[in-house]
Write a protein that binds this ligand. Sequence first.
Ligand code: FCB
Length: 438
Amino acid sequence: MNFTRADFPEGFLFGAATAAYQIEGHGFGGAGPTHWDSFSKGPGNVVRGEDGAVACDHYHRYEADLDLLQAGGFDAYRFSTSWARVMPDGRTVNPEGLDFYDRLVDATLERGLKPFQTLYHWELPSALADRGGWANRDTALAFADFSEVISARIGDRVASTATINEPWCVAWLSHYLGHHAPGLRDIRAAARAMHHILLAHGLAVERLRGMGRKELGIVLNFERALPASEKAADVRAADLQDQIYNRWFLEAIAHGRYPEGALEGLAPHMPQGWQDDMRLIAQPIDWVGVNYYTRSLIAAAPETPWPSLTAVEGPLPKTQMGWEIYPEGLHHFLLRARDALGLPVHVTENGMAWADRLEDGRVADAERQGFVADHLAAARRAIADGVDLRSFFYWSLLDNYEWAFGYEKRFGLVHVDFETLERTPKASYHALKSAITR
Ligand code: FCB
């Protein structure tokens, strides 16, 4: 790769990210059912109806997986702590679940890696989904209790805690577009989830601050929304998409307000008294995480209901997900996040899926090496432009359960054979290692 550690500021952290439901395996160790277990069984929801029951079996293999991080020269590990493992019904504590994360954090530290914890990476306990999940305000209150329980056990040793991973996915993708659990296409549920997920963030930050915890933040996903043409209607559509996808969350956290155009469509469906929560949502945090993958080209779609827009196919080279490769977008959002919040920024996820093939014990993923190099170059440009960028986490350490795409899409630096669960570091793992250990 075309960089070394010396090209980044002193203390810059290189890491890899994972999430509990995508790698651990579920349904044992006292863990309770989640809405992904049931969503995956609905017709057409997930490729081949696959779920996270086995995944990478990381629950039993975490030590070997952490060895891979250490051997790769990484500084930090971003993982999530499953609510349904710690509290199987969303409320009652499962001591085995707490013990697992206790061992995981110690094993991370023993290898000289900084533990970056995420509290919610999508596996909502089914018992809470039964009561309306994120459309129900009570879920946000229960989330604060979960945050306290898990932090009481491991919060003394983690380097940083993120409340929510990608609120847009939790709310809009899951309740309006129907692509993720609970698979709703319901504007009222979506509006409520758009607010309650931020309320959950605010309540958790308040609770953790009260416990004296530091380095609290949130992980937002950003996608550049560009107009599909110069037509005024497409320009307006792209702007509205930017409001719903990007600005809704950033402005709520930075300024305690929602962007006007997005609110115009959602206001009739918002929970009563939402305005009273905005101060809590905008309370100070210590850092913001940027997850960045791609851009989209947006066109007006006047024949469809509000927001009356659609994404059209773009001309750039694409990953296995069909996502256009657009590193400039990372530079754009690192500056935007800094400008909005004036805080240290972390790249908490960036990476690509590719139809990798294991041949003669090797995976030659030149495309991924180019992708990482180009995005790290965009990150360096943001640093040169004055962004206080602290880290870069590649998504993901392992090939894993890619939600609605099942095990089909491979994002890992390490190849996983889902029959034998054997791990094989790809060429990109070796290339990144030599760049950051040089
Ligand atoms: C992000 C998610 C992560 C993974 C990557 C590809 O939206 O946070 O779990 O699915 O995309």
